[in-house]
Design a protein around this ligand. Structure first.
Ligand SMILES: [Mg+2]
Length: 163
C-alpha cells in the first residue's frame, strides 16, 4: 500500500543489531545514519557503550555521515564533539536539503549507500527517493519518550508491517 515505506532490511532491535555481514551482502560502501533515537537518545549528546562499539566496527568498513533533521545548531556542535564523524543537521528528511552534502562527503553512487534510521516516514522514504538501500531499526529504548510520539511511532511501523 505504501511502497515508499518498504525498507530493504528491517530489524526488530536497535541499531546495534545491524550486522556487518548484512551490510556487506547489500554491497554498500557508505552509510547515512540518523541521529535521534537511532544512535543517540534525543537531547542526550551521549553515545551509549554498545552503540559506540557498533560505530567503531562500522567505521572500519564504511564511509559514514550522520544526517539529522535536528535543527539546534548548538546541540549539533556538541554532538560533533562526541562523535568522530561528519554530522549534517537541518536535513528536512525525507526531502533533499541535507542529502547533497551527505552525497558530496560520501562521493559514491547512490546504490552503494544505505540509510539507517528508526523512522519510516523520514529515513526510509528518503532512501527510496534517492535509490539508497534502506535499513529500518527500532528506536533506542534507553529513554522515555512522550506518549504521542510513541503512538506515532507504532502507527508508522504498522504501515510497514502490513506490506
Ligand atoms: Mg530518528
Amino acid at each position: 500500500m505504501f511502497p515508499f515505506l518498504k525498507p530493504t532490511l528491517i530489524y526488530e532491535g536497535d541499531v546495534t543489531r545491524v550486522r556487518l555481514q548484512d551490510l556487506k551482502n547489500l554491497n554498500v560502501e557508505g552509510l547515512i545514519i540518523d541521529l535521534d533515537n537511532t544512535i543517540m537518545a534525543p537531547k542526550s549528546a551521549r553515545l551509549d557503550a554498545p552503540v559506540q562499539l557498533w560505530l567503531d566496527v562500522m567505521k572500519k568498513h564504511f564511509k559514514i555521515v550522520i544526517l539529522t533533521n535536528n535543527n539546534k545548531a548548538f546541540y549539533l556542535e556538541t554532538v560533533r564533539q562526541v562523535i568522530d564523524l561528519p554530522v549534517i543537521g537541518f536535513a528536512k528528511k525525507p526531502w533533499a536539503f541535507g542529502v547533497h552534502e551527505a552525497l558530496r562527503i560520501l562521493d559514491m553512487s547512490n546504490d552503494k549507500i544505505a540509510v539507517i534510521g528508526d523512522r519510516p516516514l523520514t529515513d526510509t522514504w528518503l532512501g527510496q527517493r534517492f535509490g539508497f538501500k534502506t535499513i529500518l531499526v527500532r528506536a533506542l529504548t534507553a529513554h522515555i519518550e512522550p506518549k504521542w510520539k510513541f503512538f506515532l511511532r507504532k502507527l508508522e511501523w504498522s504501515f510497514v508491517k502490513k506490506m
